[in-house]
Design a protein around this ligand. Structure first.
Ligand code: C2E
Ligand code: CA
Ligand code: CA
Length: 646
């Protein structure tokens, strides 16, 4: 028989190229890459034995009959492993392999028995010649060769069922590549069966493996090599799987609250180094509690937001405590020392958040929310609805309006120059009948999404204007009230007219209040926003920039806008221990003064912090150290007493 073996030569060359490229791209570590490399190696061996066993003598010089027979056996042994290895590879891709086999003896037997039967048939072949025989020293199929095909079919079916079962968790392009192996192998098996002299099987497998390498082995999608953690894309896919399994998993979300001030103080480069160190500290926590058979993943989702996924029997509370401790230790890079200010949230999946879509929404809300720094929000403690109410927040907002549960509180602001309270910030409160206090940091972002922010905004302006109308502020020593407005509100077409109309309606002075917009809003000061700010400014209404130091904006640019007050974010006050922060604060406050604006430091909680700002000529202080936000009456009483005494 004249054997066409050129396909094997091509297969061999392509496989070697794939293997070299995997090594050159450093894609050999990790479960998925490791399995793929093994798969390539097995296929290379198989191709070599295939050629040795059937190729004409001229090709390898003199190949003795003994070598051919050995190569034939070796071919069948190695060949038997290709499809099981492929099954394992797909299991790895879907991320569920470990769950499939872990502690499940039935699955283990079900999966490996056909493989063992295959090996057994080959071992007993010298006596039975069921699979192959060598009359006249040449390879010929035995009468039970179908057993090999049957077992191959079993593994293909097994893999196919697995793929179909997990199709939700695998992206489309990957799915296509992984499934392409079926038509290719089936066609080649048919061709090979009909034309046994054409050795195309190894070549067809190689083609499939090449397709997989191109479409599936894409580490850049899932791993952020700069910081050594998995990416948001990986997080989405992995958590999808977590839900899909129906088994329990734990998730820790970690929010670094002062992340952006770290960037603005130290630059992106140093920031990256710090993130990398933070990731390796988290890794260290896990390596100190080795749990064979369990797994964890660390993700860097976006600026200041990490996630950790755990599966198996880790003690999640202990791990999150230890991660928090590790992260809060100062991180040194070169001459700088960073102090992460972070909050953690521990979620039991799927108990705490029942669906993947809700989880993604929660991650979003959590990222934007102002959960008190240093606090760990254990959702589990909240057998109450700590996590749930974040989703039903729209419902609570609606109910807040229906039941009149929104209240405006006032937090006094202390003037350093005048030694008294000269203004206050209006802060909205939602006190729900059932669940109690709901932080504006939670309901404001939700309201911005749902559009309820307009109604909320009107409510706050009305309440404050009514308050100003009904009380003689100047008699108490108060000059103005600060009102927070959301960018969305500000960008609404009729906002300016609406405000002017209300001023007339209530008959109050346009100097008795001003508006706060956040620094992040000014980042993308769009034309509309600038126009609004300018129009209101021309109508005599002043603006303050809120949360300065949390975004990435440039003070000089901000100061080109007609703003009167810059409110320095609490994170800066908290970071006073840091030389650089102090230096930045000093120059920032100086610049603000030079330009004729005024500075307010927010979130001052201690005497030392207050004293530092007094000493360094800040204009105003706001914070728990002087006063908390309070309801109208309490506020009036407080200011009356304090300003009279002072
Ligand atoms: P903000 O405008 O930065 O308000 C200051 C926040 O810091 C308030 O939180 C205040 O209670 C808190 N705070 C003041 N002093 C201290 C302190 O010494 N220590 C600590 N830990 N916190 C202090 P609050 O009231 O929870 O409001 C959170 C955010 O919700 C506000 O941040 C603001 O962005 C938004 N918000 C509140 N009321 C309104 C509103 O009427 N309209 C809009 N659009 N947003 C609002
Ligand atoms: Ca504010
Ligand atoms: Ca603020």
């Amino acid at each position: 028989m004249n054997v066409i073996y050129h396909f094997d030569i091509c297969a061999f060359l392509v496989l070697v190229i794939i293997l070299i490229s995997l090594f050159m791209r450093k894609l050999t570590h990790g479960r998925i890459n490791g399995t793929f490399v093994a798969l390539i190696c097995i296929t290379i061996l198989c191709t070599i034995f295939d050629m040795l066993s059937v190729a004409p003598l001229s090709m390898f010089g003199h190949v003795s009959v003994g070598v051919r027979i050995f190569a034939s056996y070796a071919y069948f042994v190695v060949h038997a492993s290709i499809l099981p290895a492929y099954s394992i590879f797909i299991g790895m891709i879907s991320g569920t392999w470990y769950m499939y086999l872990r502690g499940n003896t039935r699955n283990k037997i079900f999966f490996s028995a056909p493989y063992l039967v295959n090996l057994l048939f080959i071992i007993i072949n010298p006596f039975t010649h069921w699979i192959i025989r060598f009359p006249k020293g040449h390879y010929e199929r035995g009468e039970a060769i179908w057993v090999i095909y049957l077992i191959a079919a079993f593994y293909m079916a097994h893999t196919m069922v697995y793929l179909l079962k997990y199709k939700e968790t695998i992206e489309k392009s990957k799915m296509f590549a992984l499934a392409s192996i079926y038509p290719i192998i089936i066609i080649s098996a048919v061709v090979q069966f009909v034309l046994p002299s054409h050795l195309i099987e190894m070549f067809s497998i190689t083609t499939s493996l090449l397709i997989i390498m191109i479409f599936v082995i894409k580490p850049e999608e899932t791993i952020d090599t700069a910081v050594g953690a998995k990416t948001m894309t990986a997080f989405k896919n992995d958590t999808k799987r977590l839900y899909f399994d129906g088994n329990d998993g734990e998730l820790i979300l970690i929010k670094v609250k002062n992340d952006s001030s770290l960037v603005s103080l130290y630059g992106l480069n140093a920031h990256q180094t710090v993130v990398k160190k933070a990731v390796s500290r988290m890794d260290k926590v896990f390596s100190s509690v080795p749990k064979p058979g369990n797994y964890y993943n660390i993700y860097y989702l976006s600026y200041g937001l990490f996630a950790v996924e755990m599966k198996g029997d880790y003690n999640a509370d202990e791990i999150s405590d230890r991660i928090e401790t590790e992260l809060k230790k100062p991180i040194r890079t070169g001459e700088f020392v960073f102090n992460f200010e972070c909050s953690l949230c521990l979620l039991d999946i799927p108990k705490d958040i029942p669906t993947h879509a809700e989880l993604m929404a929660f991650v979003d809300t959590y990222d934007k929310s102002e959960i008190e720094s240093g606090s760990i929000v254990y959702s589990k403690l909240g057998e109450s609805d700590k996590i749930r109410f974040k989703f039903d927040i729209d419902k609570y907002i609606e109910r807040g309006f229906a039941k009149n549960n929104f209240k405006v509180y006032y937090q006094p602001i202390y003037s350093i120059k005048e030694h008294k309270f000269i203004s206050a910030e209006a802060l909205l409160r939602l006190i729900d009948d059932e669940i109690g206090f709901i932080s504006p940091a939670l309901f404001i972002p939700a309201a911005e999404k749902s559009g309820a922010i307009y109604q909320i905004g009107d409510f706050v302006i009305d309440s404050v204007f009514r308050f100003i109308r009904d009380h003689d502020l100047s008699k108490m020593g108060l000059e103005y009230i600060e009102i927070n407005i959301s960018t969305m509100q500000c960008m609404k077409e009729d906002f300016v007219d609406n405000v002017k109309k209300k001023i007339r309606e209530y008959g109050i002075s346009n100097k008795s209040f001003n508006f706060e917009i956040t620094e992040t809003a000014s980042d993308f000061l769009s034309d509309v926003l600038t126009k609004t700010v300018t129009k209101l400014h021309n109508a005599g209404i002043e603006f303050a920039i809120d949360d300065y130091g949390t975004g990435y904006s440039n003070l000089q640019r901000i100061l080109q806008e007609p703003v009167k007050i810059i409110k320095l974010d609490k994170s800066l006050a908290d970071d006073l221990g840091n030389n650089r922060t102090r230096a930045v604060l000093k120059s920032t406050m100086q610049m603000i003064t030079e330009i004729g604006a005024e500075s307010v430091i927010e979130g001052v909680e201690t005497k030392e912090t207050a004293e530092w700002f007094i000493e360094h000529s800040c204009d105003y202080i706001q914070g728990y150290y002087y006063a908390r936000p309070m309801p109208e009456n309490e506020f009036l009483e407080f200011v009356h007493k304090q300003n009279a005494a002072g």
